[in-house]
Design a protein around this ligand. Structure first.
Ligand SMILES: NC(=O)c1ccc[n+]([C@@H]2O[C@H](COP(=O)([O-])OP(=O)(O)OC[C@H]3O[C@@H](n4cnc5c(N)ncnc54)[C@H](OP(=O)(O)O)[C@@H]3O)[C@@H](O)[C@H]2O)c1
Length: 249
């Protein structure tokens, strides 16, 4: 498949490398045009281009940029992309930590619904619940006891089918969790967030989410970040902490 990756930082960079290893034809872009993406592209044997070039002719697109930056992508950039092509959103909203306040989301709008409105394109939400080190190290063959499951939300069945297949190829169990509107269940601070759960636990955690509660937990985590994490937290520390903080009482 021809896959365009917009954003090649912690998450987009890993996705680009893994999908390249699976034999896909990968084009990557960042905010700095074809030359800006060239260093990553030449290091990993993929094509460096600009955002339009990454999207043109793609069978799937991944948008993995800082949450508010979706507002800066060229308007109507997805207009020529056929309707069945998934645009995968990995984003999370972190007000007071990284992102400016977005009043609509603070008032309860679902994060990926807001993203789809900015992009004027329905998106598939995946990869927002896994930290970069787990995405890097956590891939396992199908059937492995410690395979991590990833939630998948979206409205178009054809787009979702492609996206579920990509998650599977990357070494994770995809779990179709329903429509995009339901993806509040996996936003930062939710019961499954960054917990590296397998299928059974993920299904339970997604079902147990209580609307409105995740933002409180996210804000608690942001307020106590340094004392909770210490100077140099490793993957295990972060996952155990998230399991404890986000557990449903
Ligand atoms: N890091 C994690 O563990 C993690 C886990 C799950 C989900 N997420 C979410 O996934 C998203 C990406 O996170 P990240 O940690 O991968 O970010 P990151 O490391 O900061 O990388 C961001 C990438 O986006 C590019 N970018 C920024 N603005 C852009 C624009 N207008 N057009 C094109 N490219 C642009 C950057 O390019 P330049 O270098 O040119 O600026 C960079 O390649 C965020 O919403 C984050 O919350 C992150």
């Amino acid at each position: 498949m021809k896959i365009g990756i917009v954003g090649i930082g912690a998450i987009g960079g890993i996705i680009a490398r893994r999908l390249k290893c699976e034999g896909h034809d990968i084009s990557v872009a960042n905010s700095r045009g074809p030359r800006g993406a060239e260093l990553f592209a030449s290091a990993h044997g993929v094509r460096g281009t600009d955002v339009g070039g990454a999207i043109e002719g793609a069978d799937a697109v991944v948008v993995s940029i800082p949450f508010p930056a979706v507002q800066n992508l060229p308007k109507q950039i997805f207009a020529r992309l056929p309707a069945h092509v998934p645009v995968i959103d990995t984003g999370n909203y972190y007000p007071a930590l990284r992102d400016p306040q977005i009043p609509e989301i603070d008032a309860g709008k679902v994060e990926s619904v807001w993203v789809s409105e900015q992009l004027d394109r329905s998106v598939i939400k995946i990869f927002n619940t896994i930290i970069a080190p787990s995405l890097e190290e956590g891939a396992r063959p199908k059937g492995a006891a410690d395979r991590i499951a990833l939630s998948v939300f979206g409205d178009d069945p054809r787009q979702k089918k492609v996206a579920l297949g990509l998650v599977e190829q990357m070494g994770f169990d995809p779990l179709d969790c329903g429509r995009l509107e339901e993806s509040w269940r996996v936003q930062p601070g939710s019961p499954c967030y960054c917990c590296d759960y397998g299928l059974h636990e993920l299904r339970k955690a997604v079902a147990s989410a209580v609307r409105g509660k995740a933002a409180e937990r996210r804000d608690y985590w942001i307020a106590h970040l340094h004392e909770l994490h210490g100077a140099n937290p490793d993957r295990n520390h972060i996952v155990q902490l998230q399991r404890k903080l986000n557990a449903v009482e």
